[in-house]
Ligand binder design. Structure first.
Ligand SMILES: [Zn+2]
Length: 338
């Protein structure tokens, strides 16, 4: 048999299989593995940042016997499973928090990898839906939004665990997050034309500016890029102000601290990445879940009216849900009230 006929036969046999394993699966697999690695680093941040320790030096040690953790015992997810959640040296239990954070970060980056893949296939989906193909600068804005989503997920997953375990929401995550988000918004604005103030890729779950925003049409005072940047700064200040007022009212009525400043910075960070309305939605979902959890605790008599609740954890969960489904929820809600 000729070599060409052999390769032809192989290709013919492999054809139905290669078409099911598409580039999308490759993107998703790479995203998941990258997510596991970032999740592993996030675990180091969670253990050390609330204590004010460096996240780079020294290398990881077992908290009980202080033996340095070998590189082959430090492989995300796998090592924990192979060691059955115990230290190799002293057999002390290793919290399931470690594989859980790695797995969740893995899933988050898998999701953003799918959105990233979408960007390279926008042409096909747009023309199929009879929407004009996006320009190169629109795709650049879309990719920056996807990058922001990936970073936001990393920060929020870390904040959920840190607030739950230590009642702290470190500035290293919240304030740094606001700075990163503002930088990304300014970079997006570079690609925006003077008369465009938002780029909506409506076939996809991701809008590029806050839906329901007030700068939709007929803004004669600001050009598009200006209204994008100032709009986001207004969202940061606005959401922070709302929580500060709630915090002040609570203090005036109950004569004790109900909410930390960390929660204020956290909501401002969500607004910096997602915009005003998605941040308000995150606050609403956070209050709802925290309320339900509080009712369960009270019913089980495991908490009194004065018990402390890690509200930042619930707010972060609200942020993750809003980042995933916020645009769809807000769009449906606007359609409902119109
Ligand atoms: Zn040990």
């Amino acid at each position: 048999m000729h070599l060409r006929t052999i390769t032809g036969t192989i290709a013919a046999i492999a054809e139905p299989y290669t078409s099911t394993v598409t580039t999308l699966h490759v993107y998703e697999a790479v995203g998941f593995i990258l997510g596991l690695a970032f999740g592993s680093f996030l675990n180091v941040c969670i253990s050390r940042i609330p204590k004010g320790e460096s996240v780079i030096h020294p290398r990881s040690r077992c908290p009980r016997c202080e033996a340095a953790i070998r590189w082959y015992d430090n492989i995300p997810l796998l090592s924990w499973l192979l060691l059955r959640g115990r230290c190799r040296d002293c057999h002390a239990g290793i919290s399931w928090r470690y594989p859980a954070v790695e797995f969740t970060t893995g899933l988050w980056l898998l999701h953003t990898a799918k959105l990233f893949w979408d960007a390279t296939h926008l042409d096909a989906t747009m023309s199929a839906a009879a929407i004009p193909s996006p320009s190169a600068s629109q795709i650049a804005i879309y990719l920056l939004a996807v990058l922001g989503l990936a970073i936001l997920g990393f920060l929020l997953i870390g904040l959920i665990v840190m607030d739950w375990q230590t009642f702290t929401l470190p500035d290293a995550f919240t304030l740094t997050g606001i700075a990163i988000a503002l930088f990304l918004v300014c970079t997006q604005a570079i690609f925006l034309g003077p008369t465009e103030d938002q780029v909506l890729l409506t076939r996809h779950s991701l809008h590029l500016t806050s839906p329901g925003g007030v700068t939709d049409h007929g803004n004669v005072f600001l050009t598009g890029p200006e209204s994008l940047i100032f709009g986001r700064i207004a969202a940061i200040c606005g959401t922070a102000l709302i929580l500060l007022i709630i915090r002040w009212l609570y203090k005036a009525l109950r004569h004790r601290e109900g909410m930390g400043l960390g929660d204020v910075k956290l909501l401002a960070m969500i607004a910096a990445f997602l915009g005003f309305w998605p941040a308000i939605l995150a606050l609403f979902i956070g209050v709802l879940i925290a309320g339900l959890y509080g009712i369960v605790l009270l019913a089980q008599r495991r908490a009194g009216a004065a018990s402390k609740l890690a509200f930042g954890s619930f707010l972060s969960i609200g942020g993750l849900i809003s980042a995933l489904f916020g645009n769809t929820i807000i769009d449906r809600y606007i359609a409902l009230i119109r």
